[in-house]
Ligand binder design. Structure first.
Ligand SMILES: NC(=O)c1ccc[n+]([C@@H]2O[C@H](COP(=O)([O-])OP(=O)(O)OC[C@H]3O[C@@H](n4cnc5c(N)ncnc54)[C@H](O)[C@@H]3O)[C@@H](O)[C@H]2O)c1
Length: 336
């Protein structure tokens, strides 16, 4: 019998790469998304069902229709700034809808879950690189919602209802190496696509905070290629199939780059210059954040394959330059 994995947020940036990786691994992704921030053209692998996780009837119908082995839960509201302005929306989607999903899994007897957590749960950690033993002290509504959902998962696992791997991604970046899919958000808030779009459209890029205690005053982050994040999902699934236990692991490259270093890399890859507009700091932005991913190596056998920034930026640039036809395609999604 073929294997099916339910992927929530399948039309999103990371979800679409996860679906592709599952299909390459011989697993059928059952793609669930309501397209609130995702793209119908990104749903190219497996079966697609349009619906909201907050709708228990929709979820029960999905579980009844497919023999689901496991769930990969990527759907969520993922913009830190928006979370500060609309906390109830973030708690509703990242916690309440997530609980609806766990309840539907319970009713269907599905007990393996891979969850998209985030490095934002660490806030500004006392030491760097960040390992999983550091305290969870998020600085944003978004980070708190991820931390709370990890707590919910831990409680359900302790009660014997679930085995899970929470993947604490650092900054997802890049696009499929063949430029078939990539990042496309409206509005785009992530640094690399923003710098590349500014370069393409010949307009300035905004840099938030230039007086941090870092190498050049700008924030330092860990950029991990989206295909490496996707491969971590398959390894997490294998781990859950091997052993009934739950884990939370960092998924990062282990190297930090400042905003100015990223901009310089984008200029080098594109061969064009971009003007920088210096802006004040944004609340809740830690100065430095990069991962110790030793635990992901030890538990999952995961290591990033795309381990330099220029290669990551080059894949994002190819997607921007070559992905136009794909982005304009009118893919249809089956109604619920
Ligand atoms: N992009 C990053 O750097 C990053 C870093 C850490 C964690 N994450 C987490 O990874 C996950 C995926 O991130 P992304 O960058 O691909 O975001 P995204 O916005 O591109 O994808 C999220 C997808 O979920 C869908 N969705 C949201 N709420 C839904 C609901 N209630 N019902 C059905 N579909 C719903 C959206 O339509 C979208 O397609 C998120 O949970 C995010 O918090 C992302």
């Amino acid at each position: 019998m073929s294997r099916h994995v339910l992927v929530t947020g399948a039309a999103g940036y990371i979800g679409s790469h996860v679906c592709r990786a599952l299909a390459s691994g011989g697993i059928t992704p059952v793609c669930v998304d309501d397209l609130r921030t995702g793209n119908a053209w990104a749903l190219r692998w497996g079966d697609s069902l349009r619906g909201d996780l907050a709708d228990p009837g929709f979820l029960d119908a999905v579980f009844a229709r497919y023999p689901i082995d496991a769930v990969m839960h990527l759907a969520g509201s993922a913009l830190a700034g928006e979370g500060e302005r609309a906390p109830l929306q973030y708690w509703d989607n990242n916690i309440a809808a997530g609980i609806r999903l766990l309840q539907a899994m319970d009713r269907a007897g599905v007990r393996r879950l891979v969850f998209s957590s985030s490095c934002s749960i660490y806030g500004q950690p006392a030491r760097m690189p960040v390992d999983e033993s550091l305290p969870i002290q998020p600085l944003s509504v978004y980070g708190r919602s991820k931390a709370v959902f990890e707590t919910v998962l831990a409680d359900v696992a302790t009660a014997g209802g679930l085995d899970y791997v929470a993947l604490r991604y650092f900054n997802a970046a890049g696009a499929a190496t063949d430029a078939a899919i990539g990042e496309w958000h409206e509005p785009e808030t992530h640094l690399i696509p923003n710098v590349l779009l500014a370069i393409r459209e010949n307009r300035p890029v905004q840099v938030f905070g230039t007086d941090y205690d870092t190498v050049d005053g700008t924030c330092v982050r860990d950029y991990v290629h989206v295909e490496d994040i996707a491969s971590a999902h398959l390894l997490a699934l294998e781990r859950l199939q091997r052993e009934r236990a739950s884990h939370a692991v960092n998924i990062g490259s282990g190297r930090g780059y400042s905003v100015r270093e990223v901009i310089a890399c984008c200029e080098q890859v594109s061969g064009r210059r971009v003007q920088v507009q210096e802006m004040p700091r944004r609340p809740g932005d830690p100065a430095r954040l990069y991962a110790d991913s030793a635990q992901a190596r030890a538990l999952l056998g995961w290591a990033p394959r795309h381990d330099n920034l220029a290669a990551i930026v080059a894949s994002a640039w190819r997607w921007l330059e070559q992905g136009e036809a794909q982005r304009n395609s009118r893919a249809e999604v089956a109604p619920d």
